[in-house]
Design a protein around this ligand. Structure first.
Ligand code: ARG
Length: 564
């Protein structure tokens, strides 16, 4: 990024300040083939200003380009291609990475301002679905990326722990439930009860009435109802925590839907005061006709509040308590309308900050091209998936490196990392096909591939006895063979910036795969450990690669074992 800015500055001077540096920087391209240079500047837009052909301009302008960081300037048609000074840039970059360590690539955008991230947010008494896995993994990575850009992320797990379904569940438990069974296998048992309720209700409509009554009691603070609900919630969270521990995901808040129960009257009052609440079919709604959206339901005819009401209360609460610059919601694509309505209602209420709320949607997880569902019989339990992946990773390790000391830890890092990477390597809106075999491959664009490359680089450093403390400038006569790797290292900040701007962790995933590939090619072409005067320079480069690979993986929420 630094070098691109520098090139823009040189152009700015060469053009006698005719075009702004920022604009020039945006016009600079990166040639697909690095043999065509490190940057290219297309001169087309100058044609109008200068009233000459772009090719003539390119020729004239190229003659004015001179800088110690630029080795060669070539003109091809309307393009000015520049080649960076490999020696200088390589030495600078390696020195910079060694100096900054894991801070390398950081951006100074956020001023430590808070950003709330609503992520994961599973529903209690139900299995953790693939959608919630995606939200967890994408949201967790975005939190790291945002932090790297200088913001203070606040991870909020908006647990789905309120709603009419809990009246049904209490009814079912009171009729058929056994406490012992629930304790042993809470989510599975509660799900069974819930499914049974629906089956039985088909023949016995009075069940629905009972469910409604229990929910009413729950909302009114009935002791028995509250106790059962609290128990279901505790047991579910215990189970979810195991999954979060496996994935190494932490939250700053577990304030879920129920947390807002006592904060909704206030929302309803505000809406009334602002005369936004209207009666429709005996329910209270906010009309959003002008916004081209269906009305947002606030209160049902029986007075019960809704998902949207709780989200309104949550938005106000978050603004007041965290004073966020941005409020992000990492929630599946199917809730797009809900978030449009939510933001529209808040805007109608006059809150300018509503425009800083962003829904970050994502596509579905598919199995054999079909949606994975948590409905009867087809339940795919995430914890089982993770454990299976860990077992497969362990098996791989037993085959490839049976003498590894901390096999179980590494198997966990690799197995879980594989599942996470598989999710993050695609643009989030794409649907992704679930396949453990694909996730765990050691070749191609996988988590294990990047981790393995990292471990290999670490092993080279061990063999070469690389001393971290080396501060003397490392130098090599050409840096020719290293160039692909170095030029990727200079690109790290760019990848982070793109990931941040598009809320898209796949920018980082793709970047570290590219870096791993370039490094492995280098490893194949060059005798890194050969004992000559350039060895230190090569090892310093290897060390820089380990720093960036590890930091890239960390931004995805994935660990980097030093041996595997
Ligand atoms: N529990 C919801 C679901 O599973 C997701 C909640 C997302 N967050 C929010 N603030 N609405 O569909």
């Amino acid at each position: 990024m630094k070098y691109k800015q520098e090139f823009a500055k040189i152009l700015y001077e060469a053009l006698d300040h005719e075009i702004q540096e920022k604009e020039l920087e945006m016009l600079i391209e990166k040639p697909k083939n690095h043999l065509h240079g490190d940057f290219a500047f297309p001169c087309f837009i100058l044609a109008k200003v200068k009233r000459k052909s772009p090719a003539v301009i390119a020729q004239e302008l190229s003659e004015k380009i001179q800088s110690p960081t630029i080795e060669k300037v070539e003109v091809v048609g309307a393009y000015i291609n520049i080649f960076l000074n490999k020696k200088m840039v390589s030495e600078d970059t390696v020195a910079e990475i060694i100096k900054q360590q894991e801070k390398y690539g950081a951006l100074d955008i956020g001023n430590n301002r808070p950003v709330t991230i609503d992520l994961s947010s599973p529903n209690i008494a139900k299995p953790f679905s693939m959608g919630h896995l995606r939200s967890t993994v994408i949201g967790n990575s975005l939190a790291f990326i945002i932090e790297k850009c200088g913001y203070k992320p606040i991870r909020i797990n908006h647990i789905g722990d309120w709603g009419t379904q809990f009246g049904k569940l209490i009814t079912a438990f009171k009729l058929w439930g056994e406490a012992e069974k629930v304790k042993q296998n809470p989510i599975k048992e509660l799900l069974t009860l819930y499914v049974k309720f629906h089956d039985e209700a088909e023949n016995d409509p009075s069940l629905v009435e009972q469910g409604r009554n229990w929910f009413k009691k729950l909302e009114d603070g009935d002791e028995e109802a509250a106790k059962l609900w609290q128990w279901f919630r505790d047991e579910s969270l215990k189970e979810f925590s195991r999954i979060y521990d496996l994935m190494n995901v932490q939250f700053d808040s577990f304030a879920g839907e129920a947390f807002y129960n006592d904060k909704m009257d206030h929302v309803v009052q505000l809406l009334e005061k602002k005369q936004l609440l209207v009666e429709s079919d005996q329910a209270q709604v906010v009309e959003l006709t002008d916004e081209g959206l269906p009305p947002c339901l606030i209160k049902k005819s029986d007075g019960a509040t809704l998902y949207a009401t709780r989200d309104l209360a949550a938005a106000l609460y978050r603004k007041e308590n965290y004073d966020f610059d941005w409020s992000l919601y990492v929630v599946g694509n199917e809730q797009s309308l809900h978030f449009k309505q939510l933001i529209a209602v808040l805007e109608k209420m006059g809150y300018a900050w509503a425009s800083n709320m962003v829904h970050i949607p994502f596509g579905m997880m598919l199995k054999d091209g079909k949606k994975m569902s948590t409905r009867k019989g087809k339940v795919v339990l995430l914890e089982e998936v993770l454990n299976e992946s860990i077992a497969m990773a362990k098996h791989n390790i037993e085959e490839k490196n049976p003498n590894l000391t901390n096999k179980n830890t590494v198997a966990k890092q690799v197995g879980v990392g594989a599942v996470m990477f598989h999710d993050l390597k695609n643009f989030r809106m794409n649907d992704i096909e679930f396949s453990l075999e694909d996730m765990l491959r050691f070749e191609g664009e996988t988590g294990p591939y990047v981790q393995y490359t990292y471990a290999r680089a670490c092993s080279i450093l061990r063999k070469g006895n690389w001393q971290m403390a080396v501060t003397a400038p490392v130098s090599s006569p050409s840096w020719e063979k290293e160039w692909k790797v170095v030029s990727l290292l200079t690109e790290f900040t760019n990848a982070i910036k793109r990931a941040y701007e598009q809320f898209d962790p796949s920018q980082i995933a793709k970047y570290i795969v590219d870096l791993a590939q370039a490094f492995n090619k280098y490893y194949g072409d060059v005798k890194i450990l050969e004992d000559n005067e350039e060895q230190q320079a090569r090892l310093a480069l290897v060390y820089s690669v380990t720093i960036v690979l590890k930091e890239g993986l960390r931004l995805l929420g994935i660990e980097a074992p030093e041996e595997m």
